[in-house]
Ligand binder design. Structure first.
Ligand code: GDP
Length: 240
């Protein structure tokens, strides 16, 4: 049964730490007043967990647009979804790698306007072959068959950059013709010069993929950096 959407735990902040805003290669992102009001209204409004789908037959009716978040296990996906939606416990953090093989659906708005879909993490070292295969089938079917899917956000740990396993997922998205945007996570953990380097490398990688947006979003859930830019990218994808 559908759970009642929960309210926000605190209000949306536009605060951006000056340190990262000074990174020369990071393109400045500024919200106008109207956009800021819209972001606050959407992401401080009703957002609630709808259901987990371990297989395609459990997907909710495709009645509203969806955006999905993908990334290697431990990339910071749950933490980022919680920062994005301004809730502490919406997406469960520190999942046991390999245990969660489900697509988690979150309803945004009351009445609902779009859904956020949390994909199971991939790339954990000791995953059994069976688990990896199951992941590929579920994700491929979802990506290829979901007409309401507007965009995927592929999360990359800024300390590690794009790995082979990320490239495979990007290729799946290219082949399924699902437009996607790369998001660097945990940028508070690296130095300014490393940030510049990983951003340039990741944008170079993005340009090699047919379905990837050429501009990469840099985020830190810890410092709340890049969160409004990500929110704006989500709303743009669902055309709000
Ligand atoms: P998931 O497996 O992708 O859902 O990853 P989690 O969201 O559970 O995060 C994995 C670990 O990275 C946790 O210990 C988080 O506290 C940490 N983490 C996530 N985001 C950030 C961030 O922006 N900065 C820092 N410093 N740590 C982060």
């Amino acid at each position: 049964m559908k759970k009642k959407p929960k309210g926000p735990e605190n209000t949306v902040s536009d605060k951006q730490p000056p340190k990262q805003a000074n990174v020369p290669e990071a393109k400045a992102f500024e919200l106008d007043k109207e956009q800021a009001t819209l972001l606050r209204r959407v992401f401080s409004g009703a957002i609630g967990f709808l259901k987990s789908a371990p297989a395609l037959e459990f997907l909710p009716e495709p009645t509203v647009p969806e955006v999905t978040f993908a990334g290697r296990s431990n990339v910071g996906k749950s933490t980022l979804i919680n920062a994005l939606t301004n809730r502490n416990g919406l997406a469960r953090t520190s999942n046991t790698p390999g245990r969660t093989q489900e697509l988690n659906f979150f309803d945004v708005g009351d009445p609902i306007t779009f859904r956020i879909v949390d994909m199971p993490g991939y790339g954990f070292a000791k995953a059994p072959v069976k688990t990896v295969k199951k992941w590929r089938f579920l994700i491929n079917d979802y990506l290829r068959g979901r007409q309401v899917l507007r965009r995927a956000f592929v999360l990359i740990d800024s300390r590690h950059g794009v790995k082979e396993v990320d490239r495979e997922v990007m290729q799946m998205l290219d082949e399924a013709a699902v437009s996607y945007r790369i998001v660097l996570t945990k940028t508070d953990k690296i130095k300014d010069n490393e940030r510049v380097k990983v951003l340039a490398e990741t944008e170079l990688e993005a340009r090699k993929h047919t379905a990837a947006h050429p501009e990469v979003i840099m985020t830190s859930s810890e410092k709340k950096f890049g969160i409004d830019q990500l929110r704006a990218a989500v709303l743009e994808a669902v055309e709000i």
